[in-house]
Design a protein around this ligand. Structure first.
Ligand code: NAD
Length: 356
């Protein structure tokens, strides 16, 4: 199909969203709605206490908690969880947590077909995308499909009230990257643009408040609302240069996901600023001109990480990352040239303020 200028195709996944303070109370109703009778609750080790509470709250509708969800969805952990699901004769998943726990739920659903309810507690946005990244033998592979998309998402902002400020900021910047890439994606649509701009505005307004007042209830509500919008954009459009570089850095150097996105974002926007200037106009209106510099200042005001060097990346790693990223690039509005990408990576490594 050859559409554009400026025709489009718009398709959005059929996720049911329950949003609001106290929404967690609807979890049994949502589990039953999907026909589950024996749900398995998933969490990370850090959130196992909340998982046990959820198990109790679900009463006869749940049969156990698996609390070993891990960043980057290692296949060994998924296989262990699938065998526990089978042992317990569980018929569905309730994943409570951020992108790591959601990733485990998606990986189980992809293998078994069981339905998923996600109770999202960070701003990562994975809960509304049909995308799954899994790690095996040190390599992270991404795939997408309708069987991966969770059926129901519960957003209860009270569960994010205790999300530490650094995690809130990095995870919020990670979600902003979804929306920004949605603005210039090859398969962008006017509806996703509305979602992206509204999500970016809500993060622009809420993250600075959270940085100062982590328990500010209306800022917490607004940030989770923004996360839903930005995640939905990522669920509907193809990723581009920014996600490619972050996946390459994360996979090759085992870097923390949200922080890597937070650091790289101003630099990818600066790299694309000229070629995607029309598509990025609304982002410039929200954050300032030039966009890369303005996003750097925004991140800096939030005390977000700014330097890949601070994540342990060595300058000598950058050539290899540039080569890897160029080996199988995602579509980009600007052709990728080796020198420009290497410079971008150096700027992100050193924490330079972009001039574009
Ligand atoms: P995370 O899920 O790894 O959470 C980080 C830590 O914070 C964990 O220990 C978790 O238990 C804890 N935590 C979560 N919510 C909390 C809360 N409210 N209060 C206190 N602690 C809390 O981090 P993340 O950034 O949400 O997710 C990162 C993962 O998600 C990566 O593996 C990434 O690849 C994946 N991801 C996938 C997609 C997708 O569409 N497939 C999108 C974004 C992220």
């Amino acid at each position: 199909m050859t559409l554009r200028p400026d025709g489009f195709v718009h398709a959005s996944g059929p996720v049911r969203v329950v949003f609001g303070r106290g929404a967690l109370a609807s979890v049994s109703e949502e589990v039953e709605r999907l026909g589950m009778r024996r749900a398995l609750v998933l969490t990370t080790p850090r959130q196992s206490g909340e998982g046990e509470d959820l198990l109790k709250g679900l009463g006869p509708l749940a049969v156990g908690v698996f609390s070993r969800a891990t960043m980057h969805t290692p296949v060994e952990v998924t296989e262990e969880a699938v065998s526990i699901l089978k042992e317990l004769d569980a018929d569905g998943i309730v994943a409570l947590g951020g992108g790591s726990t959601t990733g485990l739920g998606k990986a189980i659903a992809a293998r078994t077909g069981v339905p998923q309810v996600v109770v999202a507690t960070t701003y990562a946005g994975s809960e509304v995308t049909p995308v799954l990244g899994e790690t095996q033998d040190g390599v992270k592979r991404t795939r997408s499909g309708p069987e991966i998309l969770p059926e129901t998402v519960i957003y209860d902002p009270s569960l994010t009230d205790g999300l530490p400020v650094p995690a809130s900021v990095s995870s919020g910047l990670n979600a902003m990257a979804h929306a920004l890439e949605g603005l210039y994606a090859r398969d962008r649509s006017p509806i996703f643009r509305l979602f992206a701009v509204e999500g970016l505005r809500a993060f622009r307004d809420s993250l600075p408040v959270l940085q100062q007042e982590p328990h500010n209830v209306s800022a917490r509500d607004r940030a989770l609302y923004a996360a839903w919008l930005c995640g939905t954009v990522l669920g509907g459009v193809g990723m581009s240069l920014h996600h490619k570089l972050c996946h390459t850095l994360g996979g090759a150097l085992d870097l923390p996901h949200a922080e890597t996105h937070a650091i790289v974002l101003p630099h990818t926007m600066a790299y694309l600023a000229t070629e995607a200037s029309e598509e990025l106009t609304s982002a410039v209106e929200l954050f300032g001109n030039p966009l890369g510099g303005a996003l750097h200042d925004f991140a800096s005001s939030l005390q977000a990480p700014l330097r890949l060097a601070d994540l342990g990346v060595q300058e000598s790693d950058l050539d290899g990352v540039a080569d890897l990223a160029l080996r199988s690039p995602y579509w980009s509005p600007k052709p990728l040239e080796r020198d420009g990408i290497r410079r971008l990576l150096h700027d992100a490594w050193a924490g330079n303020r972009p001039t574009n």
